[in-house]
Write a protein that binds this ligand. Structure first.
Ligand code: SAM
Length: 336
């Protein structure tokens, strides 16, 4: 294999270029979603290996200024638990060229910070919501916090973080039958629902291909209540396949990461809260930028380490391959 380029952006040997950086700001979370984390939580990352705000901004700056990153999405764990979040967003918004800034969140506490985040430069938001029924929400997330999430959604809307997207994961026998109700609710409130297939990234390794709710099943179920037609606009590198609902303009997105993977168009790269670059959600190797950064490496050296990390990105995640091995890090620590 040729060696990685020594200038320019984040290319890999399959011709893909990563421009979308997902930054995990913490591995901690205040929900315990069934498909993500065990009820008792996890052993959280030690604070001395967690990047400081300055380190996060420096690495994102190298991505934007030297490596062609055009979109930065803050995630976690739960990014709203990061104390310096508004300041980090503000500093990233001052980078040039100005990246688009997005966040994926469970929205707990967002009602207090949405306006400040928007003023600091947050452009868009994805809010995770698997049910609008109190009992189902509490069962899936193991916390009785639906009202806080709904308040967060309203605050995001008021703060102009449009389009407000809602991410849902369906679990068989738990909330899958509620998919039509969730879509109706999102349409009525002006939110864009996207349904994500459950992936083998849970800390407790409970994922089972034979019981996961497939995109095909979800489309079947929704089609009993709505007329869905594939949207005609080009999908590009977007993970969601978009469908017009009852002729539009409302849409629903289906993210079929397992049954209809979109790795060939992937433009994403991930930075964990402890400063490791991952070239794929399912990568089994990481590249340590934190140690280099703390050892005094300059921006050019860090950028080159990052290019090398991306160069070896595999063509696909291989979930359907018999030899597939779930990565050691769970989704909450990688950054979803
Ligand atoms: N705490 C934030 C939140 O709730 O959005 C950000 C992190 S969370 C890991 C990001 C997204 O990943 C959420 O929409 C969540 O539903 C999704 N997610 C978590 N585990 C998943 C899994 N095993 N398969 C598919 N999606 C998952």
């Amino acid at each position: 294999m040729d060696s990685a380029p020594t200038s320019g952006g984040l290319l890999d040997t399959h011709g893909r270029i990563a421009t979308d950086l997902r930054v995990s700001l913490t591995d901690r979370c205040n929900l315990r979603c069934e498909y993500c984390m065990p009820a008792e939580g996890l052993q959280w990352m030690a604070s001395d290996i967690t990047l400081t705000d300055d380190e996060v901004v420096r690495l994102v700056g190298i991505g934007v200024e030297r490596l062609g990153v055009r979109q930065v999405r803050f995630t976690g764990g739960e990014p709203l638990l990061r104390r310096g979040l508004v300041d980090i967003v503000g500093r990233v918004a001052r980078l040039r060229p100005r990246p688009r800034i997005a966040m994926t969140t469970n929205a707990l506490g967002l009602s207090r910070s949405a306006a400040a985040l928007a003023a600091a430069g947050l452009d868009r938001i994805n809010i995770s919501l698997d049910s609008v029924r109190h009992d189902t929400f509490s069962t899936v997330t193991r916390r009785d916090r639906l009202d806080d999430v709904l308040a967060g959604l309203r605050a995001a809307d008021r703060a102009g973080l449009h389009p407000v997207k809602v991410n849902a994961v369906l679990l068989r026998g738990l909330n899958d039958a509620e998919a039509p109700e969730l879509l109706r609710w999102c349409i009525d409130h002006g939110f864009r629902l996207r349904i994500i297939e459950q992936m083998p990234l849970d800390a407790q390794h409970g994922w089972d291909r034979s019981t996961m709710v497939t995109a095909a099943e979800t489309l079947d179920r929704l089609s009993q209540h709505f007329t869905l037609t594939p949207a005609t606009e080009p999908r590009g590198s977007a993970p969601a396949e978009l469908f017009l609902v009852d002729g539009g303009p409302a849409t629903v997105g289906i993210i079929a990461s397992v049954t209809r993977p979109f790795c060939g168009d992937c433009d994403r790269v991930r930075l964990t809260a402890d400063g490791q670059v991952r070239n794929c959600l399912f990568a089994r190797q990481e590249s340590d930028l934190r140690t280099a950064l703390r050892a005094g490496a300059d921006d050019a050296e860090i950028a080159q380490r990052w290019r090398v990390a991306m160069w070896g990105k595999r063509p696909g995640h291989g979930i359907d391959d018999e030899r597939f091995l779930q990565p050691a890090r769970p989704m909450s620590s990688i950054g979803g």
